[in-house]
Design a protein around this ligand. Structure first.
Ligand code: PEP
Length: 262
């Protein structure tokens, strides 16, 4: 049984001063969700790294997880602008995103760099959300799985204990921040293929336990349809994660679509 995971990616948004109120409101709103937070479903907040210590204090003992939007490739050293995985742990982070499409396409991070970041994060005990996804021209050229498999191939050769700390987020680049989400059928087709790839490359048990999140213009209006798909195990949410009411409705609508009898 894969526990649904909902990730808020704030990108470079929000003032530090907005952080605590967000956590308070989100926690209150999620009391009405079907299921228990931290047990039946998990929530991970990835704010700008400048907000992490404030977020850690706001979360306190609540069962809300938090993490970084990226992770440096070394413990420390001459890496201006990078974030040490050691310090992420020190701040209480449990997770980091790696390979987000904005990192890949605006900052030209390639698979080799994504691999180094992933290895550094795992070495410090962090869990990783590895983001993959194709551009529109790649989808049109029928190259979606070719692109996604190349991005996933950094996982080959990792140990079982590393693999079990990785979640994959399928985020078609053309759906991120555009208001145009993949249809549930499009998302499910890619998610099922990712699971198949996992099974062939990393084994059945890794494939069965892998959580595959969908990301790309998720909102309260499409959450139920998307999460109803068999291989969609949660969401990575950008714009709709900035408002606690909207984000909680993404979570509630998604979970309700899976509740018995719905
Ligand atoms: C994202 O930031 O990964 C994302 C999917 O953004 P949005 O939900 O705004 O499309």
């Amino acid at each position: 049984m894969r526990v649904p995971l909902f990730v808020a990616n704030w990108k470079m948004n929000k003032a530090v001063a907005e952080t605590a109120e967000f956590v308070t409101q989100l926690s209150e709103l999620l009391v009405a969700a079907p299921g228990k937070l931290g047990q039946d479903f998990e929530v991970l907040i990835c704010p700008p790294s400048t907000h992490l210590s404030t977020l850690a204090a706001a979360v306190g003992s609540r069962p809300i997880e938090f993490g970084s939007q990226n992770c440096g490739t070394a413990k420390s050293g001459a890496f201006t602008g990078e974030i040490s995985p050691v310090v992420l742990k020190e701040l209480g982070c449990g997770w980091t995103l790696v390979g987000h499409s904005e990192r890949r396409h605006i900052y030209l991070e390639d698979d080799a760099l994504v691999l180094s970041r992933t290895r550094a994060a795992l070495a410090e005990g962090l869990k990783v959300v590895l983001c993959v996804g194709e551009k529109l021209e790649e989808r049109r050229a029928d190259k979606t799985m070719q692109v996604v498999e190349a991005q996933l191939s950094i996982l080959k050769g990792m140990s079982a204990s590393e693999i079990e700390r990785i979640v994959v987020a399928y985020e078609p680049v053309w759906a991120i921040g555009t208001g145009e989400n993949a249809t549930p059928e499009q998302a499910e087709a890619v998610h099922a293929s990712i699971r198949k790839w996992y099974s062939a490359q990393l084994g059945n048990s890794a494939a069965e336990s892998l959580r595959i999140l969908y990301g790309g213009s998720v909102k309260p209006e499409n959450a139920a349809q998307l999460l109803r798909e068999a291989d969609v195990d949660g969401f990575l949410v950008g714009g709709a994660s900035l408002d606690p009411v909207v984000f909680s409705n993404v979570i509630k609508n998604g979970l309700e679509s899976r509740a018995p009898g719905v």
